[in-house]
Each structure stands twice: as C-alpha cells, then as structure tokens.
Design a protein around this ligand. Structure first.
Ligand code: FES
Length: 254
C-alpha cells in the first residue's frame, strides 16, 4: 500500500513547495511520452490532488479503487472511443480512458492512451520576466524557473472537453466571461500544436494567425500542445475583450 507521499517520493511532513516541486518532476517523468505510462501519470496526479486537498493519506488507495478524488466535472465512468474527429494531425484513434482513472489493472491502463496533453504557462510569468511569446526557449525557461503548478505545468484534455473545462477540472481559475466564444476573455496563445474552434468571429484573422484561440470553445486537435493562458493584456487582444461584468449581469437576468 502506497501513500500519496510515497508516489511523489517525499516525506509526509513535506511543505507545499516541496510537494509542488516533487509533483512537477514526477508528472513529467511519468508521462507516457517521456517513458512513463498512463497508469503512472494518473497515479502521480491523483497523489498530488490527494495531498493538496488535505485528504487522509491512508485512504489514497481506497479512494482510487472507489473512483473518488476526481476534480469536479471528471466522469466516473470509463469512457472509451472518441467522439472527436481524427483528421490525421492527432495520433491514431484513441481509447480515451478518463484522466482520473487508474482503475483496473495496469494492463488495462497500458491499453489506453492519454487525451491531448497541454503544457500551459501563465502570461503573467512572461510579463514578470520580460519573456516573449515568440521566444523559442520559452517553455524551457519556464521549466528552469520552477514555477508553481498553477503557473506552469501539464494537463490532459478529455474527450469532448474544451481547454477551459479541462483547466477547471484541474482546479485552475483561468479567465472567462461568456463561455460562448463572444468576448475573448478566455483567449490563449497556442505556441505549439493546434486548437480548433467551431466559431471564432470575435478574433481577427491576424490574431488567429498569431495562434490566439478561445479556450471556452476550443478543443485540441493535436496530441501535444504548448499554450500561454491569461493573455488578456496581449497587445491587440484587450480591444476585443468585452467586459466580464456584462456577461455576469446577463446571467443574473436569466
Ligand atoms: S469566455 Fe467569452 S469567448 Fe471564451
């Protein structure tokens, strides 16, 4: 029986910084693209959630067995097959296990694949360090900076999820207002990979050519992505944004 601290390789009395550092290292090593596996990756993520949510370490294994410990919005059922089209840019059609799932045997887990993996970075970090979106080593610099997990890290987008929904499932509070592609508050900059949107009338062609996408309606169509979120102060985007209060008031009037 492992405790979540065993999974992250830290002492039970580790402070939050040590937990975050251990998680950031372990989650990368455990990623299937880096020599790990889906089962290992999800186990690491569950361990991190278990610790940061203050749950009893002794219930870690039973919580996993019972399917507890998922963030809000994560499915409890083991979904398989993808409703998303595969246009060749993503890998072969996947059997999409839930990102919260280590249920079942290792063999079963190895048969599944992760959904699109997104490495995210907060635009505020770029501003604070004088980095540019066009810096070729942007994400290497972020890695070296040992940032907190809400600033830089990895997340997996599940079947039919938008990027914003995936971020929220991980407990992050990324900017948004309308959630319908109409305000640009949720815009992200795609540095690597691709996100497709069903509609994108609010963004100019120039913004789209620069890789700006709306996370509230955008779904990854490549296996691996690097994105910068929180880009509301990016030149050219501020003018497109509609005040969030407008949507709050519209919702209140519903
Ligand atoms: S939240 Fe308004 S466009 Fe995404």
């Amino acid at each position: 029986m492992q405790s979540p601290y065993d999974v992250l390789g830290i002492d039970p009395d580790a402070d939050r910084d040590a937990v975050v550092r251990a998680y950031r290292k372990r989650v990368k090593d455990a990623h299937p693209d880096h020599g790990g596996s889906l089962v290992e990756f999800e186990r690491v993520r569950r361990a991190y959630e278990h610790i940061t949510e203050g749950r009893d370490p002794s219930t870690f294994e039973t919580d996993i067995d019972d399917g507890r410990g998922r963030r809000n919005g994560t499915t409890e059922d083991g979904r398989s097959g993808s409703g998303r089209r595969d246009d060749g840019r993503r890998g072969s059609e996947r059997s999409r296990g839930e990102s919260g799932g280590t249920e079942g045997s290792d063999e079963e887990g190895e048969d599944r694949s992760l959904g699109p993996t997104v490495e995210y970075l907060d635009y505020e970090v770029l501003e604070a360090n004088g980095w540019e979106l066009t810096d070729e080593d942007l994400f290497e610099k972020a890695e070296a900076a040992d940032l907190d997990v809400d600033r830089h890290g990895l997340l997996v987008v599940e079947d039919r999820e938008t990027l914003l929904e995936a971020a929220e499932r991980y407990g992050f509070s990324w900017p948004y207002a309308c959630r319908g592609g109409a305000c640009a508050n949720c815009a992200v900059a795609v540095v690597e990979g691709e996100i497709e949107m069903p509609v994108s009338t609010i963004l100019t062609d120039e913004m789209k050519e620069q890789g700006v996408r709306l996370s509230c309606i955008g779904q990854p169509v490549t296996d691996n992505l690097k994105i910068v979120f929180n880009i509301e102060r990016l030149p050219g985007l501020a003018e497109l944004r509609l005040p969030a209060e407008q949507f709050e008031s519209a919702r209140a009037d519903d």
